[in-house]
Design a protein around this ligand. Structure first.
Ligand code: SAH
Length: 214
């Protein structure tokens, strides 16, 4: 889908190639990165830096994750077209755009109202139609559960129990797990009504997942 000037997409394509050279293998993730103008998700003053593989500040003291991290989390999700995905931490909306571009049905929750409102505007301008909610991600969205995939983009200290319960049997949750200093990227698979398995995929640094809304 082409929604931006060829010049901007050239930069997004270059970013996708850089991520490939850093080890991202999933071609569908790389294709989504290559066609989304990341600059529209950050303040105009930061537009020049939007295609660097760096996290950038957004409103409310939060960050848009580093593109490598977005790509890696998405790759670990093993997304299939049509998957129903719950994202915790809409932030700028960039990750939600990647999920939409890959054909997922996206539900995303953000605890800061101003970020929720801004992301809604940005995503609708680009023509994406995820279901966005202002709320506390620790609660999930039980009305729309179960989810094939759950992606947490802020760091909780333990796997949120209500989110585990909203994962479909056979589904996967990807989250950065741990305290404030650094977190371990973790994949949780739901094996049965009561059984889950976890695997670990390296260290990352995320903003903390916080209770309540603002
Ligand atoms: N996915 C985002 C990354 C944003 S950073 C993007 O692509 O830009 C993580 C986001 O999680 C922040 O916006 C933060 O406010 C939000 N967050 C933290 N705790 C939360 C919670 N309990 N519920 C919902 N969102 C939360």
């Amino acid at each position: 889908m082409t929604r931006s000037s060829p010049h901007k997409l050239e930069k997004a394509e270059k970013l996708a190639r850089e991520l490939q050279s850093k080890g991202i293998r999933d071609e569908r993730v790389l294709a989504a990165i290559a066609c989304i103008p990341r600059e529209v998700f950050v303040d105009e003053a930061l537009a020049d830096m939007a295609y660097l593989d760096r996290p950038l500040p957004i409103e409310a003291g939060q960050t848009i994750s580093q593109p490598y991290t977005v790509a890696r989390q998405t790759e670990l999700l093993q997304l299939l077209p049509g998957d129903k995905v719950l994202e915790i931490g809409t932030g700028s909306g960039y990750q939600a755009a990647i999920l939409c571009e890959m054909g997922a049905e996206v539900y995303s929750i953000e605890r800061y109202r101003e970020l929720h409102v801004q992301a809604k505007e940005t995503l609708s301008k680009l023509g994406y139609t995820p279901h966005l909610f202002h709320g506390d991600g620790f609660e999930g969205l039980p009305d729309h559960a179960p989810y094939d995939k759950i992606l947490i983009t802020a760091a909780p200290e333990e796997i949120p129990p209500k989110l585990k319960a909203q994962l479909r049997i056979g589904g996967r949750m990807v989250l950065p797990l741990g305290g404030r200093e650094r977190q371990l990227m973790t994949v949780v698979k739901r094996l049965s009504e009561t059984h889950y398995s976890t695997t670990e995929h390296g260290d990352y640094i995320f903003v903390p997942m916080k209770k309540g809304t603002e």
